[in-house]
Design a protein around this ligand. Structure first.
Ligand SMILES: [Zn+2]
Length: 133
């Protein structure tokens, strides 16, 4: 059995497994979810004396060196946390798929090269027969 074919089949199975995992992921959202302490409108509130009392949730996204902030309503925090986790998982899977595709190509190269060399040898031999003496 062709060992290149066996390893290519195996690589394709690994790729397909990750593609399935990707398709089963729910919505994806770039960014990291974090909780921030804020100040209220009441100047007598402890929050104005450095006590962390009021919290809000936000997703921050780094984009072209800038940070973009999206405020998240409290009742959406769990849902959005899932989206950002899905994005992280998707990114990891995409990276792995890309690396496996590269491996797949590399596994085909020795075979291609051997084929080209054989072809080159054959055509050189043909030319030799045709033109020398
Ligand atoms: Zn306050």
């Amino acid at each position: 059995m062709d060992t290149t074919l066996v390893s290519q089949n195996r690589l394709m199975q690994s790729i397909d497994r990750r593609r399935r995992e990707l398709s089963e992921l729910g919505p994806c959202m770039n960014g990291s979810l974090c909780r921030r302490a804020g100040k209220c409108a009441n100047p007598d509130c402890e929050c104005h004396k450095g006590v962390r009392r009021h919290f809000s949730w936000q997703v921050t996204q780094a984009e072209n060196g800038r940070t973009h902030t999206i405020y998240i309503p409290a009742d959406m925090v769990d849902q959005v946390r899932g989206w950002t986790e899905n994005h992280r998982k998707a990114r990891k899977l995409m990276k792995e798929i890309s690396a496996l595709c590269e491996k797949y190509i590399r596994s085909a190269v020795p075979k291609l090269r051997a084929g080209l060399k054989r072809k080159a040898r054959l055509s050189a031999a043909e030319e030799g027969n045709g033109h020398e003496q």
